[in-house]
Design a protein around this ligand. Structure first.
Ligand code: 1PZ
Length: 190
């Protein structure tokens, strides 16, 4: 769990470097990472040491289907919170894969749009959020700026290699997490 959250810290740092237009995205991610850290600091912290322990604990204690907030500072339970980040990770790994291979006619807005709609995240978003994303993708920088922000001063070849490895490692994390949600039958919690 701690390493999963530190990885998101890095993604937040990156997202913040993309400008004010993405504040509505990053503030949601910041909130979700914060909720999971609160559980790690709570008296139940040992139950949040790994993703699997968290799911088991919340399932055994009938917390898994609850939408209401456990406290004023922690507004949701862990499994449903991490599930949101999990679906977003798929979006990001698809997008990075597209950038690495320069797909979708080299248009980053199209890459963003297609990555969003082929990730599991989009079908859980209300119509209004889907529309907002349709606009937000036009504010993404062009491919070379985007890549420079991610990889700084690597050569073209190093960039392609790094992004390939990055997308593959994210995929491994995604599949591992997905297998857990599927094992405990909690993929569709509210
Ligand atoms: C490279 C970054 C490009 C970003 C392009 C646009 C991406 C679309 C993001 C959609 C934003 C949705 C805003 C908030 C939605 C929340 O309602 C939902 C559900 O949470 P709930 O309300 O149930 O508590 N939140 C999410 O689905 C998590 C969204 C995370 C989006 C992360 C995007 C990728 C991060 C990239 C980091 C570099």
């Amino acid at each position: 769990m701690d390493r999963y959250l530190s990885a998101w810290d890095e993604l937040i740092r990156f997202l913040n470097s993309m400008g004010k237009a993405f504040t509505f995205v990053s503030s949601d991610v910041v909130e979700k990472v914060g909720i999971l850290r609160e559980f790690r600091k709570s008296s139940n912290s040992e139950h949040y040491e790994t993703v699997e322990k968290m799911i088991k604990f919340e399932k055994e204690n009938n917390l898994i289907n609850r939408q209401q907030a456990p406290s004023k500072t922690v507004t949701a339970y862990g499994s449903r919170t991490l599930l949101r980040l999990h679906r977003a990770l798929k979006f990001l790994l698809i997008l990075i894969g597209k950038l690495a291979h320069n797909e979708d006619e080299g248009k980053v807005s199209l890459m963003g749009y297609n990555a969003y709609h082929s990730s599991p995240m989009s079908k859980y978003h209300p119509w209004i959020v889907q529309k907002a994303v349709g606009l937000a993708v036009y504010m993404l920088p062009d491919r070379s700026t985007f890549i420079k922000k991610m990889c700084q001063d690597l050569t073209e070849q190093q960039i392609a290699d790094t992004m390939g490895v990055c997308s593959e490692s994210m995929d491994a994390v995604y599949e591992f997490t997905n297998a857990l949600y599927s094992k405990y039958d909690v993929m569709e919690i509210p």
